[in-house]
Design a protein around this ligand. Structure first.
Ligand code: TPP
Length: 914
């Protein structure tokens, strides 16, 4: 069954009386004749027939004609086939103790939802048509019986198949012709330039257009798409209406993103949004998310954006906003983020009502064969960790592909679960158009060279069916070519094409530029007290954990006395005041509900209740449409940070925060920081106001749990792309959080957040510090001595150690200034606070003190800057450069700390100041 060209198989179908109806077969069971004329069924044989039918349902996809290259299969996958699946006899009659002579006998069809009878021959023929044609379906891993039965009904035809108009088949063929001609036009006009041709999986274009239309005819109003390089230009123009002239202008080199601002990106990474008409005046808004080269990195971003759009559009059932991910086969099986996406797909805080995954499976990844790419048989096997049906469809048969898409959409809309459509095709050219594929795949490329394009195969079928004559197809091809030629001419006139969309809709009032003109973020005393009161109200008959009772008592005391507001209370008051003003807040991260350090307690649990009972104090504060959401996330940094970034680009109205368990773990999400958060605005003009909370600080906990790799974030800073802060007081934290939402621009905010400061008796603010004022980028020394000889500049939690030591040794001539914001660098505030220096003022020593090793922390970022703005060079006081972020020995940690503090304050080993 695996051998033979599939094109020939299609043609055989045409000669059949059931011409071209591989997917539109009639219900054989209905034609089985009246039951009373049938012989009684032998129970034993009936069981055998049942087993055979089950085998078709479970294993049919392994025998389906889904590979356009026929029996071609890389050698060790062929080996896997034999070892994993026997030698291909699972569907033979003999395997079930049946034989040819039983074919005429009549049996009950073993469908437990309806009872009909048919001959064994008819049953086998029908099973073969359904399960081993040009579409295979995997669903045996789905445990839920009614979901499995729903699929069986759809596949075996108990559910009425939609009858298609001829015009629909013609439309698909026109889309295929467009897809093919676009590639060959670019190939001939822009020789040698990379485009990552779709040829070999051209059917993606009609499949997508079908999906957009069908989704729109159902309830979908928004589609959020992620896809990689392969065929992206084709999708942009042929599915998403980006004018071909704009694409050609980029090939011409007329693309000048800096005329608008930013670096721009290569043409095959760019996003696009469009309104797609689906008839009856209905429109579906389609947004293709901009994409870095990093394969699959956009997956969580699409999920987050879809969820954010669902929230924005009040799509509580998640049927109106549909995420679609288009993957390559090697990336789908190779990139672990794909498994993370399936894992998060049904979680309360991250579900999106099901994603339609389309794998553009060209059976190769760059030069790597499938057999070297994965241990699994299909590229899609990772999806089977979830109840996700997988449709494998032969890319040479648009009807099989579109039937798969149709079923996938129905499944998603019915069950709210993910689904995979694996379009199996081939890659006609090399990885890019300059690559020679036969170096590594001579046999495969011999086959491909001799393989007709899908427009030829399907064109021939439609011509024979008299649906779309050869002549009409040719006329369409020529008219499209004319369109492309016109676009080519138009492109020459597109000078300084920047490729960026302007800010519209929910983003229309938002500014792009950073400003040091911070808004006042203090909250009126009376209002803040009401907010605090609500946060501390314990519901009736709700028994708090004894430690939480103390937590509430302490907070109540802090409000009553107006003093002793700690870090996490300041955070709650910032969130609470934003909520009360109508701004929603969404916080997610590992264990962030309670807080890694038991500091937050955003969710309270009734310890006396037999059934789980929770209370979220911040939820009692919401005003208008605002909502507080806090989600303990799965144990993943990459996917969750990507998701929250995606959520933040969906709208500017919600304060979106992601908290790392410890800041060092965020390097598992480095791709999201590098490719999206720091550079998304410059590459794609996409704004994000998301907040990263990265616990950081040297407290003797070893190489991990000490350092959030501040230097990496600082090295990514340029053109005011992000805000980086390392704060010292709860009030500063309160103001920076409120500012992030209240200010009129959106830039990501990275907060190096504290650990021990959460409980440090001095890291407390007055209530009055929250009821007035605004965020300060630099904090002066509250105990500035009269005569200053030494200025120590530092940031974050080290400040507490420095002032404590200064008190001990009475270093009266040292002034300690805190740099609260590292980027955008607050040059004028710092200059103003430092004031004049030099011999005439008596200030002779300038020290930068940090707890991180010299090759880490802010030193390398600041050294030159500080020298430039003060005209003096600064002395470094910190740990020695180190390959490891911190020592594993607590004693050594303390020794290092003592030394660096002494160095900063100019203390001799004997304890006297220099
Ligand atoms: C994370 C990552 N690693 C490596 C690459 C380099 N790369 C670009 S395309 C490609 C092959 C992708 O194969 P597949 O997913 O099957 O898609 P195809 O190009 O065949 O459509 C590789 C390895 C990349 N872009 N991203």
């Amino acid at each position: 069954m695996l051998s033979g060209s599939n094109a020939a198989w299609l043609e055989n179908l045409l000669d059949d009386s059931d011409a071209g109806t591989a997917l539109e077969w009639k219900g054989l069971l209905e034609s089985a004749g009246p039951a009373e004329t049938l012989q009684p069924v032998s129970k034993e044989k009936q069981h055998k027939v049942n087993a055979l039918v089950e085998a078709y349902r479970n294993l049919g996809h392994l025998y389906a004609h889904i590979n356009p290259l026929g029996s071609y299969m890389p050698p060790n996958l062929r080996y896997a086939w034999v070892t994993q699946h026997g030698i291909g006899k699972e569907l033979d009659l003999q395997t079930f103790g049946l034989c040819e002579s039983d074919l005429g006998e009549t049996f009950d069809t073993p469908l437990d939802f309806e009872s009909t009878r048919a001959s064994l021959g008819e049953i086998v023929e029908k099973m073969a048509q359904v399960y081993t044609g040009h579409m295979g379906c995997e669903f045996q891993h789905i445990r839920n019986r009614s979901m499995r039965h729903w699929l069986i009904r759809q596949l075996e035809g108990r559910e009425k198949l939609k009858t298609r108009e001829d015009d629909e088949y013609r439309r698909w063929q026109r889309d295929i012709i467009r897809a093919e001609e676009f590639e060959s036009f670019v190939h001939s006009r822009f020789t040698g330039q990379k485009r990552f041709s779709l040829e070999g999986t051209d059917v993606l274009i009609p499949a997508l257009r079908y999906l957009f239309t069908e989704a729109g005819r159902r309830s979908v109003r928004d589609i959020v798409i992620g896809m990689a390089h392969r065929g992206r230009l084709n999708v942009l123009t042929n599915a998403m209406k980006k004018p071909a002239a704009e694409i050609f202008a980029m090939f011409d080199g007329n693309y000048e993103p800096h005329t608008y601002g930013g670096s721009g990106d290569v043409k095959y990474h760019q996003g696009q949004s469009t309104d797609f008409e689906v008839g009856d005046g209905r429109i579906v808004h389609i947004s293709l998310v901009s994409n870095p080269s990093h394969l699959e990195a956009a997956d969580p971003v699409v999920q987050g954006k879809a969820r954010g759009t669902q929230r924005l559009k009040k799509d509580s059932t998640r049927k109106k906003v549909l995420p679609v991910l288009i993957h390559g086969d090697a990336a789908f099986s190779g990139q672990g983020i794909v498994a993370e996406i399936f894992n998060m797909s049904q979680l309360r805080g991250y579900r999106t009502g099901g994603t339609i995954h389309i794998v553009v499976n060209n059976q190769i990844g760059f030069t790597t064969a499938s057999s070297d790419s994965r241990s699994t048989f299909f590229a899609t096997d990772i999806a089977k960790v979830m109840p996700v049906p997988v449709f494998h469809a032969n890319g040479d048969n648009p009807e099989a592909v579109i039937r798969s898409v149709e079923l996938a959409l129905r499944w998603r809309q019915k069950f709210g679960q993910d689904v995979v459509v694996d379009i199996i095709g081939y890659r006609r050219l090399g990885h890019n158009e300059a690559d020679e594929p036969s170096f590594t795949h001579p046999i495969m490329y011999n086959l491909i060279r001799n393989h007709s394009s899908v427009s030829k195969i399907y064109g021939k079928i439609l011509d024979k069916r008299k649906t779309f004559s050869k002549e009409d197809q040719e006329a369409f091809r020529q008219s499209y070519l004319e369109e492309l030629k016109e676009a080519r001419e138009k492109a020459r006139g597109l000078i300084n094409y920047h490729g960026f969309e302007s800010l519209t809709g929910d983003w229309s009032g938002v500014k792009r530029d950073y400003s040091f003109n911070f808004p006042v973020t203090g909250v009126e005393d009376e209002n803040l007290k009401i907010i605090a009161g609500k946060l501390l109200e314990v519901p009736e008959n709700f028994k708090l954990h004894p430690k939480l009772e103390r937590f509430v008592r302490n907070r109540t005391k802090a409000v009553d006395t107006g003093t002793g507001i700690d870090w996490s209370f300041a955070e709650s008051l910032a969130f609470g005041s934003l909520l009360a003003e109508g701004h929603s807040v969404r916080l997610s991260g590992e264990d962030c509900g309670r807080g890694t350090f038991s500091q937050r307690h955003a969710v309270w649990w009734d310890v006396s209740s037999e059934t789980p009972r929770q209370h979220t104090p911040l939820s009692s504060l919401v005003a208008g449409k605002a909502r507080f959401s806090v989600y303990d996330s799965p144990l993943s940094e990459y996917s969750i940070l990507g998701f929250e970034y995606g959520y933040s680009i969906a709208q500017p109205e919600i304060l979106v925060l992601w908290e790392a368990q410890f800041g060092d773990f965020a390097n598992g999400a480095q791709v999201i920081v590098d490719q999206f958060i720091s550079s998304g605005e410059s590459k794609w003009a996409r704004l994000s106001g998301m907040v990263l909370l990265l616990p950081h600080g040297y407290e003797g906990q070893g190489p991990e749990h000490s350092n959030a790799y501040m230097e990496r974030y600082l090295s990514l800073c340029a053109e005011e792309n992000m805000q980086i802060v390392n704060l010292t007081t709860p009030a500063q934290y309160f103001h920076v959080l409120r500012k992030q939402q209240i200010q009129n621009f959106r830039k990501p905010l990275v907060i190096f957040s504290p650990k021990s400061l959460l409980r440090h008796p001095e890291a407390r603010s007055e209530f009055s510090e929250l009821t007035a004022g605004r965020f300060q980028t630099v904090l002066d020394d509250p105990e500035t001595p009269d005569k200053v000889e030494r200025i120590v500049l530092c940031s974050g939690h080290l400040w507490y150690d420095l002032i404590a030591r200064r008190r001990e040794i009475d270093a009266t001539r040292t002034r300690i200034i805190r740099l609260e914001q590292l980027y955008p660098f607050p040059e004028s505030s710092l200059k103003r606070i430092i004031g004049d220096i030099g011999d005439t003022t008596g200030v002779t020593d300038l020290i930068w003190a940090q707890e991180e090793p010299e090759n880490r922390g802010a030193w390398s970022f600041l050294a030159l800057k500080l020298e430039q703005i003060t005209g003096e060079s600064w002395i470094y006081a910190g740990r020695a450069a180190s390959a490891s972020p911190a020592t594993g020995s607590h004693e050594e940690h303390e020794e290092e700390k003592k030394n660096l503090i002494n160095l900063a304050l100019g203390i001799n080993p004997d304890g006297r100041t220099e």
